[in-house]
Design a protein. Structure first.
Length: 87
């Protein structure tokens, strides 16, 4: 499986989880939902959707260009530093 296919699969698998979390949050906070707030919800939904779309396109292009090795090295070094500071 290529890096692009794995990244696409990961993003696709995250969509139901994010939708479910949003639905649960909406149900828990239903009392705050009024018609006066509807334009704010619509604006927030549209802006969050567009930003998420742009972010995913950017990161998929970045993954295809630089691969994940620098990120893996960064995470390992960061883990060692945090371990040394913590203990």
């Amino acid at each position: 499986m290529s890096h692009r296919a794995a990244a696409d699969f990961t993003f696709i698998m995250a969509v139901p989880i994010m939708a479910g979390a949003s639905l649960i949050s909406l149900i828990k906070n239903w009392q705050y939902f009024t018609l006066d707030a509807l334009p704010f919800f619509i604006a927030g939904f549209i802006s969050a959707f567009l930003f998420a779309l742009l972010s995913m396109r950017f990161f998929l292009k970045l993954i295809n260009r630089i691969k994940l090795l620098p990120f893996a090295i960064y995470r390992i070094v960061l883990a060692v530093v945090v371990y040394l500071i913590w203990f």
